[in-house]
Design a protein around this ligand. Structure first.
Ligand SMILES: [Ca+2]
Length: 411
């Protein structure tokens, strides 16, 4: 990897100081409830047993296409961040303080899995995404992202893979670690998407240091593309370019907590939190600049304009594919390409934290043609959404007593 310092150190430190002075905690993506005192929560500090909450009745919801059945698969999860279906019917779920559990094919919630590395579970930091490797059925390998501790208070978004065994996670290997590490607790990203061609996309955030999103000598604000072992693909857009880290696919992103591969085109789609207003969907193209903080549809939480902003659109920077003028607080993304509910075919599901809903966008080709909000009555922050192998839609709720829900059309 190319050396970062010393050239970037001073500007970054300045930017960091500025950012800390100016960054109000985003209402769309507030730091969740205060964590336990320990800076690094690990599985060893977790409750030993799974919550034995009584089964909840199936809830009813409404939608454009009729009644919904909303089943609770697990309760008592602390700020769950991601869920992932395994080929054998089990579901992996992460909890941001640093725990990973399995929901068995029988519905039983496991105790926290052993072997999860230490994470910085402060502010927005913790354990984030999890996905089975493309060859999971043979390798039992999973990939996950987390806030990796460094010296002192430093932390960075990192990605590891590990083997999922009856004893928990084994052979944990970090394959990517954002550089440099910072002491902020904001905007870690980070979703993981395989492209089906031997690459892994990692979506990052600016870590609350806005100018870093335009700085190719630091990973912040990037979509990262690596091979499955973390090495750099030979066709990455910035490979060999002086002053640019080779892992970049695209840059100029604020905080990307949703990403998925479009099943009809094979393209990566991502979304990101705007500041106050301006949550956006992008279809990141290699080498392109997505604008933050120079081009944005949002303003600061103070009501002031973003100091670096030059407008909603800026020449040479990519306009978002889709913008929400009022920020839902987007997190999690899943295309619907299953036969079970034809009414949902060609939809894009997106979780909403601040606006506490499951968003369903209708698509015509790539164009977003409509939007409906599901689960609003529940009033829960939706952190992640996935389509299961059964064609149901699964979400996790970002609550101190968070849930895994299964959502189905009743008809
Ligand atoms: Ca943008």
């Amino acid at each position: 990897m190319r050396p970062l310092f010393p050239s970037v150190r001073a500007p970054l430190a300045t930017a960091l100081a500025m950012s800390l002075a100016l960054t109000a905690c985003s209402q769309a993506e507030p730091p969740a409830a205060v964590e336990p005192a320990a800076a690094s929560a690990t599985a060893s500090t977790a409750p030993a047993a799974a919550a034995a909450a009584p089964a909840e009745p199936v809830r009813q919801g409404s939608s454009q296409h009729g009644a919904l059945n909303i089943s609770t698969l697990a309760t008592g999860l602390e700020n769950p961040w991601a869920l992932a279906h395994l080929p054998d019917g089990r579901i992996l779920v992460t909890e941001r303080p640093g725990r990973m559990r399995l929901i068995g094919a029988d519905g039983a919630l496991s105790a926290p899995l052993a072997g999860v590395p230490a994470v910085v579970a402060e502010g927005q930091g913790g354990l984030f995404d999890v996905v089975p490797a493309p060859d999971f059925a043979q390798s039992q390998r999973i990939y996950f992202s987390f806030a990796e501790p460094g010296e002192g208070r430093l932390a960075s978004t990192a990605v590891a893979h590990a083997r999922l065994t009856d004893a928990g996670l084994e052979d944990v290997q970090v394959i990517f670690s954002q550089t440099p590490k910072l002491d902020t607790r904001h905007h870690f990203g980070s979703r993981l998407v395989f492209d089906g061609q031997g690459h892994l996309f990692i979506t990052l955030g600016d870590r609350g240091v806005r100018p870093s999103a335009q700085d190719l000598t630091s990973h912040m604000g990037g979509v990262i593309r690596v091979n499955l072992d973390g090495s750099v693909p030979a066709d990455n857009p910035f490979l060999g370019q002086e002053g640019a880290l080779p892992e970049f696919w695209s840059y100029g992103h604020r905080n990307q907590q949703g990403a998925a591969l479009n099943p009809w085109t094979g393209a990566l789609w991502t979304h990101e939190h705007g500041p106050k207003g301006g949550d956006e969907i992008n279809i990141p193209q290699p080498g392109k600049n997505y604008g933050w903080p120079i081009a944005t549809y949002g303003i600061n939480y103070s009501g002031e304009v973003i100091p670096e902003a030059q407008g909603e659109t800026v020449e040479g920077m990519e306009n978002p594919h889709h913008v929400w003028p009022v920020s839902p607080g987007v997190s999690g993304m899943a295309f619907y390409d299953h036969e079970r509910f034809p009414a949902w075919k060609h939809s894009l599901f997106v979780g909403a934290l601040a606006q506490r809903a499951l968003i369903r966008l209708t698509l015509d080709g790539d164009a977003v043609t409509g939007e409906e909000r599901l689960l609003e009555d529940l009033g829960w922050r939706i952190r992640d959404v996935r389509v299961g192998p059964d064609g149901a839609v699964y979400v996790v709720t970002d609550e101190v007593q968070g849930r895994v829900l299964k959502v189905e059309l009743a008809g």
